[in-house]
Write a protein that binds this ligand. Structure first.
Ligand SMILES: Cc1cc2nc3c(=O)[nH]c(=O)nc-3n(C[C@H](O)[C@H](O)[C@H](O)COP(=O)(O)O)c2cc1C
Length: 439
């Protein structure tokens, strides 16, 4: 349980654990602008993609979606990375997941215009907006129950209920998906986004393929094959857009599962990171495919959420001090940023630090861990957090995310997601859902 009352207490806690975290004296660096390729960002604060599971059944933003993005728009963050948006119906993670298709372009466009208007009014600038293009793979639930589409069978993930081999996506279907990713980029540009993310994180389909060591065919086995969907998805996206439009990726650089089930993990067994392949992949994306901005993360929210989003609550006994999880995330990202100092890297997993997160984010930027600070759960709990940082004020601990995991629990219950502790709408929703379950 997070009980630290000062940066010094955090530092002494992590020191006892044999790890370290960077801290700055002030948060000033977060207020600086960044030029990430064609994207001019007003400051170094990004809102990370956070699914609300609250779109219309046909995948347009709905009332609660607009409510969330209105709040993010007012926040003052320089970059808003919109949530996972499916590129095909069968790849939707839930029946209310956003879906980019020609019929929905106008609805996304209206939401993006609204975000820019609100931010202009509140903050005097328009944030840059990225669309996260996804296929949910083994987590696909387009009709509310699992309809998994997998890269390969994985006993670690399928312990009690193995997924049949017929659910393994074929090479031909992956070829079509590459085309769909290109089409999604085109539609995202029409919808007024500033860029598209070819999502390859958290073990959704494109991320799972990165560890398909034993899959036969053109998408498995060699490094070249395992990275094919991502590389060709990026290439196709670039071929389908015009002018200044960013093609980026949210990428897992360490999965936290033993070989042969994890990317970025030592092939010699155990869970130690081995970032040689992630380094090579980022090098290709940056130096060969011209990616100027990338959003890095690690882990999986279902099987090892303590790796993915350090919290005081997990669906199993806490396996480690959550601050160790924060340090692991930062260290992995740091390794990549050191190798590619000109690449604009967004760092993840900062929210656990609560009111001290901005000083750690600033320290990480000053010490070269990453370039832009991405905040996920904090933005649900305390959407005004960026405004406070930009004004040079400390965050109010009573408004910060407390990493209780209830936003995720709401999603797992098939509901819409938001902050149960700080946002009354979701406090009431959570109460009514849990009362129903108990009653
Ligand atoms: C409710 C919820 C929804 C999320 N949805 C997405 C998503 O759509 N795409 C994505 O890449 N990550 C998603 N994430 C992960 C966050 O972007 C972020 O990586 C994670 O929460 C750790 O960062 P934090 O410590 O700042 O919260 C989600 C996390 C939560 C809790």
């Amino acid at each position: 349980m997070f009980r630290c009352k000062s940066v010094e207490e955090i530092q002494s806690t992590v020191e006892k654990e044999g790890v370290s975290l960077p801290f700055a004296q002030t948060t000033k660096v977060l207020t600086e602008s960044v030029q990430a390729g064609s994207l001019h960002l007003n400051n170094r604060i990004a809102i990370q993609p956070m699914e609300g599971c609250d779109g219309t059944p046909d995948g347009k933003p709905d009332e609660l979606t607009l409510r969330r993005y209105d709040r993010f728009a007012a926040s003052g963050a320089g970059l808003i990375w919109e949530e996972a948006t499916a590129v095909c119906e069968e790849g939707r993670a839930n029946p209310r997941q956003l879906w980019i298709c020609p019929e929905n372009v106008d609805a996304f466009k209206a939401m993006n215009e609204r975000i820019r208007e609100i931010s202009m009014k509140e903050n005097g600038f328009a944030p840059k907006i990225i669309m996260q293009a996804t296929h949910s793979g083994r987590y696909s639930k387009p009709h509310g129950k699992p309809e998994p589409i997998i890269a390969y069978q994985n006993p670690l993930f399928e312990k009690d209920s193995p997924i049949p081999a017929e659910n393994i996506i074929t090479d031909e279907a992956l070829d079509r998906l590459t085309e769909q990713l290109g089409q999604a980029a085109k539609l995202a540009q029409q919808a007024g986004f500033d860029g598209v993310d070819i999502k390859a994180c958290h073990r959704y389909l494109d991320s799972e393929l990165l560890s398909a060591y034993e899959r036969p065919g053109r998408y498995g086995g060699s490094f070249e094959n395992r990275t094919r969907l991502l590389r060709e998805g990026v290439q196709n996206a670039k071929a389908n857009i015009t002018g200044d439009f960013a093609v980026t990726s949210r990428l897992n650089i360490y999965d936290g599962f033993p070989y042969p089930y994890g990317f970025g993990v030592s092939p010699n067994g155990g869970l130690n990171p081995d970032l040689s392949e992630p380094l090579r992949l980022v090098g290709i994306l940056h130096e060969e495919l011209g990616m100027d901005l990338i959003d890095l993360t690690i882990g999986n929210p279902y099987v090892n959420p303590h790796v993915n989003r350090p919290a005081d609550w997990q669906p199993y006994d806490l396996p480690e001090e959550p601050l160790v999880g924060v340090a692991r995330m930062l260290d992995c990202i740091h390794t990549i940023q050191k190798a590619y100092p000109k690449l604009n890297i967004i760092g993840s997993g900062l929210t656990y630090l609560r009111q001290f997160a901005p000083l750690m984010a600033a320290g990480a930027i000053e010490q070269g861990y990453f370039t832009i600070a991405g905040f996920g759960r904090m933005s649900f709990a305390y959407p005004q957090f960026a405004k406070e940082i930009l004004a040079g004020r400390e965050l109010d601990s009573r408004q910060c995310c407390i990493a209780c995991g209830k936003c995720t629990q709401l999603m797992r219950m098939g509901s819409t997601a938001g902050c149960v502790v700080r946002d009354k709408l979701y406090t009431d929703l959570y109460r009514s859902l849990t009362a129903k379950k108990e009653g």
